[in-house]
Design a protein around this ligand. Structure first.
Ligand SMILES: [Zn+2]
Ligand SMILES: [Zn+2]
Length: 331
């Protein structure tokens, strides 16, 4: 699908309609954008916010466990009907959402509005932002309690994290801040494959993926009135995904550079070939599924494969549009 999308590179926003990218135009006078400027980012701002009646994919973090300064932990927001549906909560998720809210104009991404989370699995790189997501929006005035959907183990993780922060919570509730404890409550849902969520604008189906030795790891299919989006989560090569993603508008898939893996030690090769998927395989699956577009995220550069090389590896088998996802891009 060659569709509308905003692209944010190093803080410079470009807007694309169709497949060509052109400057977004005049800088806005919106005062909050000065904050981004103060952070040292060169920011060009669209003259109008994104249309909130459409479904948007916002890449909050495209990283891995690697502490790369320009790639935060994995987290993707699907914004539809005034709600941000978050997939995973890597380190930095709340601040990335705050930045995305400013540059996109999507109010659903403001920290105090974040309240729906789907976790693909409980690997730390996907969950280190979970306590941030529970606590920071609450401190900043979230008006509703949060809902979290994820694999077995989510309930225990949630209660242990809240326990770990119990003194902070007590002081904020009983001290001068007088925060409401009931708004911090997290409604947790431990999921199995199938429909796990449905409201008036969004339907979410979970499917099991093979992620090495994890007992439970999921990908999600998110369906709105205008888009069907499939996100792989972390997964080893998964042939069944072609059927699940059949005809989807967008497949957001993790990937490692195929050339890099072959240059690594046998143990590293064993790990990555069962926990993750090569960019070549992503292209095969995407072509079988006939998806409109592939966005790579959670890219693993195991021995220096470049972004272009990974894109070329996908294109070996996939004839549609493919993008190398970067933090704060909007599709
Ligand atoms: Zn991961
Ligand atoms: Zn993982």
């Amino acid at each position: 699908m060659c569709s509308k999308r905003w692209l944010v590179f190093c803080g410079l926003i470009l807007v694309s309609t169709g497949c060509s990218v052109a400057p977004a135009g005049e800088a806005s006078s919106r005062p909050e954008l000065q904050a981004l400027g103060e952070l040292g980012q060169q920011t060009s701002v669209p003259s109008a916010p994104l249309d909130p009646s459409q479904t948007w994919i916002v890449l909050l973090g495209t990283g891995t466990p690697g502490a790369e300064p320009d790639r935060f932990g994995p987290s993707t927001a699907i914004v539809a009907g005034g709600t941000a549906y978050l997939i995973d909560a890597g380190p930095g998720v709340v601040r990335r959402a705050a930045a995305a809210a400013v540059v996109s104009g999507l109010a659903a991404l403001r920290p105090q509005n974040l309240r729906v989370l789907f976790l693909t699995h409980l690997h730390s790189d996907h969950t280190l932002g979970y306590p941030d997501l529970m606590l920071s929006p609450w401190v900043l005035g979230r008006a509703r309690s949060m809902q979290a959907y994820g694999p077995p183990g989510l309930e225990s993780m949630t209660s242990l994290l809240l326990e770990a922060y119990s003194e902070d919570i007590r002081i904020r509730v009983e001290g001068t801040e007088q925060l409401r404890r009931d708004l911090l409550a997290v409604e947790t849902h431990e999921i199995q494959p199938g429909v796990i969520y449905e409201d008036s604008v969004m339907r979410v189906e979970a499917f099991a993926v093979p992620h090495g030795t994890w007992d439970y790891a999921f990908g999600f299919k998110l369906i709105t009135a205008d888009r069907t989006i499939v996100i792989s989560g972390d997964t080893g090569p998964f042939e069944g995904l072609a059927d699940i993603a059949m005809g989807a508008d967008v497949l957001i898939h993790e990937a490692y550079g195929a050339d890099g893996l072959s240059q690594r030690q046998p143990g590293v090769q064993r790990y990555h070939s069962t926990f993750h998927t090569s960019a070549i395989k992503v292209g095969e699956i995407a072509e079988q599924a006939g998806v409109g577009m592939v966005i790579l995220y959670h890219q693993l550069h195991l021995a220096g494969d470049t972004a272009d090389e990974m894109l070329d590896q996908v294109r070996l088998n996939f004839s549609g549009e493919v993008a190398y996802g970067r933090d704060l891009e909007v599709y």
